[in-house]
Ligand binder design. Structure first.
Ligand code: NDP
Length: 425
């Protein structure tokens, strides 16, 4: 038995360690972030597109509500729930839970992307007005925010029927506001349907590329054809989403699935924040066309390619090492032992910095903004936000690794002193 998991297993009192600013964060974030989503969409659709304009643009009730929006949103979620249940792809086991059992997960997210993409192409061919998503963006975001709140309330209430070993260790503080925000239950399921795993990569992530496609169609309607900048933004972000779903199994070992409870933080992130803020560049380009020379486009493609290469190679190397450390592709890498029996890589990508995958992700994020030129700050929202998110996430992960691996983690930090950016941070 590993010493750390032994300690966790016997910890029965409510966990009092708070993240994201504790109770204050749990009150402010669910108010502030939904307003930010609506604000950013409004600004990106404005001719000024200035995040600093005062007073900020206020949408009318007509702009915020459309009867079609809840139908589309709930229909989209239902379609993906159906695709999740289809007997496609393999079934994988997650990591061992605290009671020693392992949950099973269908690895069919990529099928979901292809099938829903095919259906969308069919609808486009039949003349469906996909460009209307531009006008529907605010009402859809309002519905996604409402669904996030209602769904989180459901998750919070049902968590009181879950056995104590099924609760996330950090989500059981006894403070209702904080627990609602951070999530009490680790893997809430209805039968075999895993609610957290379903939301993590499907309706929101695939919804994001559908919104992007809607913006491309809108631009083509307005100007005759999509611009090179719009094509680049769509292609880069489609590659990112397709990659995540192609490697869906890897999500089973992430902090979100293994450590975090399923509460407002993840629900809102998956269903509202990702689809409505990650693709703001495409929304911006509909109103603010950008001319891009072939040379600039080539440089941006090269940057995205470099970021993707670092991101994919480093993630694959760690996943391969964790699945089978004797595999020829990782067997010769230098490692250090830890008291848990697991080893840590200190050469290869994980010898360059302690989070090479974050470095690659951030280079890609920059490449997604550059097609929008330098006239506005708004298209850079994602890369700025993502830098803050990954620095915070890296810090959370370091704390968890230090608790898990003790002195071995300190040795790793001495051997690989930089966290994300070589020689900088
Ligand atoms: P990581 O893939 O970075 O995994 C961190 C874990 O890896 C650690 O907890 C530890 O777990 C293991 N590990 C750390 N260092 C080593 C080492 N030297 N050798 C072996 N194992 C090590 O986790 P994330 O979930 O944060 O990121 C996954 C990907 O998702 C990243 O590419 C990230 O950029 C991306 N991401 C994207 C987001 C988005 O919104 N677009 C949001 C969050 C992440 P253990 O030892 O227990 O295996």
């Amino acid at each position: 038995m590993r010493p750390n998991s032994q300690a966790l297993k016997h910890r029965s009192s409510p966990d009092t360690e708070r993240e994201f600013g504790g109770t204050l964060g749990a009150i402010c974030i669910p108010i502030f972030l939904p307003l930010t989503v609506l604000f950013l969409i409004c600004v990106s659709q404005c001719p000024d597109a200035s995040v600093l304009q005062w007073p900020p643009p206020l949408p009318s009730t007509d702009q915020l509500w459309d009867h079609l929006a809840p139908v589309l949103l709930l229909g989209w979620i239902a379609l993906h729930a159906l695709l999740y249940l289809m007997p496609l792809g393999k079934v994988s086991e997650g990591l061992a839970l605290r009671d020693g059992t392992r949950l099973k997960y269908p690895i069919n997210g990529f099928h979901g992307l292809c099938i829903s993409g095919g259906l969308l192409m069919l609808l486009l061919g039949l003349g469906a007005p996909l460009g209307h998503l531009f006008e529907l963006l605010l009402p859809l975001a309002v519905c996604a925010i409402a669904v996030s709140f209602l769904f989180s309330i459901y998750l919070y209430i049902r968590s009181f029927w879950a056995p104590s070993h099924a609760l996330a260790l950090g989500g059981n503080t006894g403070n209702p506001l904080y627990d609602f925000f951070i999530g009490r239950e680790l893997n809430p399921r209805i039968g075999k349907f895993d609610l957290k795993y379903f939301c993590e990569l499907r309706p929101g992530l695939i919804g994001w590329v559908v919104i992007n496609l809607g913006m491309l169609v809108k631009e083509a309607e307005l100007r005759g054809s999509p611009s090179l900048a719009m094509i680049l933004v769509n292609s880069f972000q489609l590659l990112y989403v397709a990659d995540a779903l192609w490697n869906e199994e890897a999500v089973l070992t992430t902090m979100d699935i293994v450590h975090d409870g399923f509460g407002f933080m993840l629900v809102f992130g998956d269903l509202a924040w990702v689809p409505f803020t990650y693709g703001l560049q495409a929304v911006f380009l509909v109103v603010h066309p950008q001319a891009l020379t072939a040379l600039k486009a080539a440089a941006i493609i090269a940057l995205n390619g470099l970021g993707y290469y670092i991101f994919r190679k480093s993630n694959s190397q760690k996943n391969q090492f964790r699945r089978d450390p004797t595999h020829p592709s990782v067997a010769r890498l230098e490692t250090i032992a830890t008291a848990t029996g697991k080893r840590l890589l200190v050469s290869g990508w994980w010898g360059l910095v302690r989070h090479p995958n974050y470095l690659g992700d951030l280079l890609m994020a920059l490449a997604w903004s550059l097609p929008c030129g330098f006239s506005h700050l708004l298209p850079y929202f994602y890369v700025i936000y993502f830098t803050v998110l990954l620095i915070h996430r890296e810090d959370r992960d370091e704390r968890q690794c230090r608790a898990k691996y003790g002195v071995a983690w300190d040795t790793y930090c001495r051997r690989v002193p930089y966290r994300i950016f070589p020689y900088i941070y």
